[in-house]
Design a protein around this ligand. Sequence first.
Ligand code: LHQ
Length: 259
Amino acid sequence: MAPFEHIRLTRDGAIARLTLNRPARLNALIRPMQAELSAALDLLEAEPPQVLILTGEGRGFCAGQDLTERYPQIAAGEAVHLGASLTQTYNPLIRRLNALPCVIIAAVNGVAAGAGIGLALTADIILAAREARFLMAFGKVGLGPDAGVSWALPERIGSRRALALALTGGGIDAQTALDWGLVWALHDAGELAAATQELALVLVAGSAQAQRAAKQLLREKAPSLEAALARESACQDALGHTDFYRDAVLAFAAPKPAR
Ligand code: LHQ
C-alpha cells in the first residue's frame, strides 16, 4: 500500500495488515518508526478497513521503546524528557489505534515488552504464538507502565495481576496469557498468520456496523445498567435499519416450501 521502511502496511479488500518491521531489534520502537505508524494511521483513518491485523516481522512482536535511542543523551549526562515523548508520540498512537472503528486483531508472534504490550492491547482480539511472551519490561528499566498499559492491562487480567507484573517487571508466557484472558487463542508459530487470516475472513463476512457497535458498547463501559440499556436500545435501533439485518432476517425466517 505505502512504501515504509520500519513498518509495512498492506491491504486486501476489507482487511488491512500493519506489520512492525525491525526484526533485528525485535521491532523495538524508534522515532522514524513512530512517524511511519502515524502516517499509516492517516491512511487507515481516511479509509478504514473492516479488520486491521497488527503483527511483527521475525521472532518478536515488539520489544517496546528502543533503549539505544536515548543512549547518547543519557551517556552524555543530559536530561531526557520521557513525558514529552509520551504526549507527542506514544499517546497519540495509542489513542488513534483505540479510536479506529475497525476490528483490530493483534497477532502476537513473539515477545511483546513494555510499550509493545501497549500496542497489543489496542487490539480487540489478541491471538498469540505459543512462544510469545508478555514482559512488563518497564519495571526492569525503572519506569512505570505507559502506552495505555496501566489502563488496558488491569481491564483484561485484573488489577492485582497487572500490579504484580508492573512491580516486578516480570512477564507471563503465552499459556498464562491465555489462562488469564489476555489472549483469545494460541497457535503454533508457523500457523499464526493463517489462523489470523482465517479469523479476519470470518469477521469480514459479518456486519461492519454491528462490529463497530459491539466495540463501542463493550469498550466504553456504561456507568450503570440503565445507561447500558439506553445505549443498547439506541444501537439496536440504528442496526435494525441496516441491509445486513434485513437480509439476515429474510434469509432465516422466510417461510420454507412445504416438505
Ligand atoms: C533491543 C530492544 C530494545 C533496543 C531487544 N531496544 N534493542 C520507555 C521510554 C520512553 C518512552 C516510552 O515508553 C517506554 C516504555 C518501554 O517500552 S520501556 C521497555 C523497553 N523495552 C525493554 O526494556 C526490553 C528490552 N529487551 C529485552 O529485555 C530483551 O531483548 C527481550 C526480553 C525483549 C528479548 O530477549 P531475547 O529473546 O533474549 O532477545 P535479545 O535480547 O537477544 O534481543 C535481540 C536483539 O534485539 C538484540 O540485539 P543484538 O544486536 O544483540 O542481536 C537486542 O539488543 C535487541 N533489542 N529489545 N527495547
